[in-house]
Design a protein around this ligand. Structure first.
Ligand SMILES: NC(=O)c1ccc[n+]([C@@H]2O[C@H](COP(=O)([O-])OP(=O)(O)OC[C@H]3O[C@@H](n4cnc5c(N)ncnc54)[C@H](OP(=O)(O)O)[C@@H]3O)[C@@H](O)[C@H]2O)c1
Length: 251
């Protein structure tokens, strides 16, 4: 895929944060975009402002996934929606808070990936699965988040295996953002908790990741992962301000 102009792209969680930045960029580049999220008012505003199609619902709902994929038939599916983890250390988590990211992000990944494989998207379709740098480095204040994001990374790899076995021609890629972006609700919530624990300001904590990355720049890197021939066949792509998007192996 050289560019996204005229391509149908479905972004889950495209109403705020990183997903919204990606939606804005895709619209600018001429893609036909559809967005899934829960907050209806936000979706209405988005549809008016950008002319995107919106589907309201919970990303873990299998019926929503089926309907959305059947109606939109995306060339590119971006599984971006994710819950905000409760930011406390292990001994202060409940099982419910610890497992929330599994029950939202991993369940959504499982549901949508399975649907893509069972009623396959057209050959050449791409699926981006949002993992996290936490899948490599851990994230001690966010319960099961790091393990859940690692599972999503593995699931992208498993899905490529199924796609090859069934000769579907659909390629899955995990995205690992390797620094926190404090401009989104989720990123600010997580980074503030770490900053508080370390006794530093939010700004100082975020500076620890090196050069800052804006949601817009993140979106540009995701677009590069989709269109740069050097990244198109990577099973996972790491994203960081200082290096941009780079291919990564599961290991
Ligand atoms: N920000 C970071 O530093 C960072 C770092 C690494 C990885 N990530 C990952 O990147 C992704 C986006 O993060 P973000 O910072 O942009 O988060 P965010 O600002 O909290 O936005 C989350 C988006 O997902 C939607 N969403 C959440 N739960 C949903 C559900 N159950 N069903 C449907 N939609 C749902 C939200 O809309 P509604 O609430 O209206 O549904 C919103 O559009 C997440 O998967 C996150 O884990 C983020």
């Amino acid at each position: 895929m050289n560019d996204v102009s005229g391509k149908r792209v479905l972004v889950t969680g495209g109403s705020r944060g990183l997903g919204l930045a990606l939606v804005e960029l895709l619209v600018e580049r001429g893609a036909e975009v559809a967005v899934v999220a829960r907050d209806g008012k936000r979706l209405e505003d988005l549809a008016q402002r950008l002319g995107v199609r919106t589907l309201r619902g919970d990303v873990t709902d299998g019926e929503l996934a089926r309907t959305a994929l059947r109606e939109v038939r995306p060339d590119v599916l971006v599984l971006n929606a994710g819950a905000s983890p409760q930011m406390v250390p292990l001994h202060e988590q409940t099982w419910e808070s610890f497992s929330e990211i599994w029950n939202v992000d991993v369940k959504a990944g499982f549901t949508w990936i399975q649907e893509v494989l069972r009623s396959p998207l057209p050959r050449g379709s791409r699926v981006l699965v949002t993992s996290s740098g936490a899948a490599v480095g851990g994230s001690p204040l966010s319960g099961g988040y790091a393990g859940a994001k690692r599972m999503l990374w593995w699931m992208a790899q498993y899905a490529n295996g199924v796609s090859a076995e069934l000769d579907l021609g659909v390629h899955f890629q995990a995205l690992l953002l390797r620094q926190m972006i404090g401009e989104t609700d989720l990123g600010r919530n997580a980074a503030s908790a770490y900053a508080l624990r370390k006794g530093v300001s939010l700004e100082t904590f975020l500076q620890g990741f090196g050069a800052p990355l804006s949601p817009r720049r993140y979106a540009e890197h995701v677009l590069t992962a989709l269109t740069d021939p050097r990244l198109q066949s990577a099973a996972a792509v790491a994203i960081q301000a200082e290096t941009g998007p780079t291919p990564m192996d599961v290991s």
